[in-house]
Write a protein that binds this ligand. Sequence first.
Ligand code: TYC
Length: 126
Amino acid sequence: MAQVRTQDIVSATPVVAANPRAPGNGDGRSGTAVITRTKPRTKRPNLYRVLLLNDDYTPMEFVVHVVERFFNKSREDATRIMLHVHQNGVGECGVFTYEVAETKVTQVMDFARKHQHPLQCVMEKK
Ligand code: TYC
């Protein structure tokens, strides 16, 4: 039996309730025990790419601004991403958990609509 380290106990799910009818021994405790799972079970979140789609009308400078503003990219990285989308039709701005990706898409779409540009932003499960 491997040593139990408290930092490995990631779930308090009882997996065994030992000997529930054990007689009391006068110590005031019930005579039951709960064994918790000790195997580290890390579960990775599902990840989503946030993509920009090319169109013929949104100004390049607007797209660069969007990538800087909502994806925290430098002007140089934002320009590279914009040019990649312009030349390839689609490009990745970042990879996020579901709720963060959804928020980015909504922010970009709202901002584009407010400025009357047809820019499209979508998310795609990795
Ligand atoms: N194709 C656009 C233009 O020539 C620029 C552009 C780039 C638009 C990226 C959208 O996601 C986009 N003005």
